[in-house]
Write a protein that binds this ligand. Structure first.
Ligand SMILES: CC(C)(COP(=O)(O)OP(=O)(O)OC[C@H]1O[C@@H](n2cnc3c(N)ncnc32)[C@H](O)[C@@H]1OP(=O)(O)O)[C@@H](O)C(=O)NCCC(=O)NCCS
Length: 146
């Protein structure tokens, strides 16, 4: 982890490296059209916050967040290149997101097998629909449970 640099400014992540990690984690099967590939990083560019992890110029992982910067923040597309997994990058990416808007509610939808990863960071399960689970950290600005 000591060689890994985290960047919270760059949103236009390099499409080839972004797509490579999407493929490695099984989110892309390579069937995108050229048009889709050209726009691959648009959801990142249009997100409120993007944090990426780098070893020199190699993208090792990333996460993006949609947020009102106060009450509600939603995590999307957290992924770490399998070569770099289990060394703390995913956890650091999420903790760095939370540091940006520390009072906000944090919400994530993920597969059941990832729930434990988020629970270690402090998220609690709020709902499950069979295959996906929803976890959150409540907003610190409300004293009454919603
Ligand atoms: C989920 C993911 C981002 C975790 O990234 P990572 O860098 O490997 O995670 P970390 O090394 O920071 O792990 C933090 C802790 O969670 C645990 N952990 C990591 N991945 C886990 C998983 N999938 N399920 C349960 N626990 C997990 C680690 O063992 C570690 O625990 P420890 O601190 O007690 O050793 C990574 O496995 C990944 O990219 N998966 C494929 C894409 C995906 O499913 N993303 C989630 C979308 S919401």
């Amino acid at each position: 982890m000591e060689n890994i640099i985290f960047d919270d400014c760059k949103k236009d992540l390099p499409i080839d490296q972004l797509h490579n990690i999407f493929t490695l984690v099984g989110w892309s099967d390579g069937s995108e059209t050229d048009e889709m590939l050209k726009a691959y990083n648009v959801p990142f560019i249009n997100s409120t916050l993007v944090i990426s992890a780098w070893e020199n110029r190699k993208l090792a992982g990333f996460v993006r967040v949609l947020s009102d910067k106060m009450f509600r923040s939603i995590i999307y597309d957290l992924a770490v290149d399998p070569e770099y997994q289990r060394i703390g990058i995913g956890c650091t990416l999420i903790k760095k997101c939370i540091e940006h808007f520390p009072n906000s509610e944090w919400l994530v939808q993920t597969k059941d097998h990832n729930a434990n990863f988020y629970e270690k960071i402090g998220f609690k399960k709020i709902m499950s629909n069979g295959s996906d689970v929803f976890l959150n950290i409540p907003c610190k600005l409300f004293s009454i449970e919603e």
